[in-house]
Design a protein around this ligand. Sequence first.
Ligand SMILES: Cc1ncc(COP(=O)(O)O)c(C=O)c1O
Length: 471
Amino acid sequence: MHSVIAPSAQTSNAALADTDDSFGTKEQPTPARTETQDMTAANVASPKTPASAPDIRTELPGPKAKAWIERDHRVTSTSYTRDFPLVADRGFGCAVQDVDGNTFLDFAAGIAVCATGHAHPDVVRAIQDQAAKLIHICGSDFYYEPMIRLCEKLAEITPGDEPKRVFLTNSGAEAVEGSMKLARHATGRKGLIAFHGAFHGRTMGALSLTSSKAKQKTGFAPLIPMVWHAPYGDLDAVKELFQRQADPSEVAAIFVECMQGEGGYIVPQASFLKGLRALCDEHGILLVSDEIQSGCGRTGKWFACEHFDIVPDIVCIAKGVASGMPIGAFVASQRIMQWPPGAHGSTYGGNPIGCAAALATLEAVEKGMMANAAEQGEYLTSRLRAICNDHDIVTDVRGLGLMIGLTVCDRNGTPSASLRDAIALEAFNRGLILLGCGETAMRFAPPLCITREEIDRGLDVFKQAIEAAGH
Ligand SMILES: Cc1ncc(COP(=O)(O)O)c(C=O)c1O
């Protein structure tokens, strides 16, 4: 047993080591109060990150984790990547505890999903209350209040003044699939354009738009026809594509991430997005903003497209919208979402528990966490830039709000995937969860409730990881 970061905290955090108790029945550790928690507490309850996190007590993986991983490897699909041997047992705010009682600071939030932090009390309560009332009835066939309230809220917060309609899904990929169908239905055209580096999901339609890693597509052809890709950020390349490959009169929609996520956390020039909007207007093409990773307050605004003054025709939503319950949506103007009953549907999409979790999440985001994402995003960015000044192997910090990336390079200044992975592993072994993205980028996407003090603790570990991996 060893604690890399906070040996003195072991005793005070001892209750956390016993993971046999069921969630929520054991007394939780008292978190340190901070400015941000006080700020959000004025409006919403804050989830509690243990003051001692990170706290690593066993070698990783620990004995219980090892046993679970062995069992997992016998039965789960070999397609799961599993970069780190974390067997998660419970989460608290910006921390996750594994089955051996090791506590990690979570700067990935389940790929930008746990927006309000792990186990936000308002979200947990909303889920529990809804589960006790109504788990399922099928929103394609019947009506229920949480679905109506969520659709109203999503119509309200998505950009654009026109009255809107909302379709609720189970996942991000399903929101993209539905948007593809809607775009074809609304325009009567078949063609679709997306960008190199884009990630839109893994179901056959969404996968056709994805252009992130070749292995995600290898062996799955034929994908859907009449999909073209252009380099991200390059408006001239889209115009050339119109000249050489796809007449705009055949293009139904352009799908774009207003900040590219899996492709490497890349912030485009405003002129690129404004240019796309103008091209779409000129040619009667729908502009679809995939806000699945960037949406719902993560960038400090409801949606990344707002940073660029773009009003998309369709907005895809999932991930952070419900803090981890599987629900997504696509939102379009009433003018566009005009299709007959039965044209699209879903058994589970917009299930009552997901809707309740989303409503609680959006309330917490609106009442403080979105502002916190903007404020702490600036702080995290400036601290990462200072770290880059002191360490040659990290560079190019970029981002919006709490969606921040940087590039890892070797000593010669060449971007390096192996060094990026080594830093992430060193960080993990010290109790900080970080995920890479793109070829050589490291992403920082913590819960939106993160405090300045938690950022400092995480970055102390990040610096140690850079030093360990870089030598
Ligand atoms: C921008 C974007 N679109 C779509 C998806 C697919 O979402 P899901 O994994 O919920 O299907 C993702 C997932 O990472 C994403 O980041």
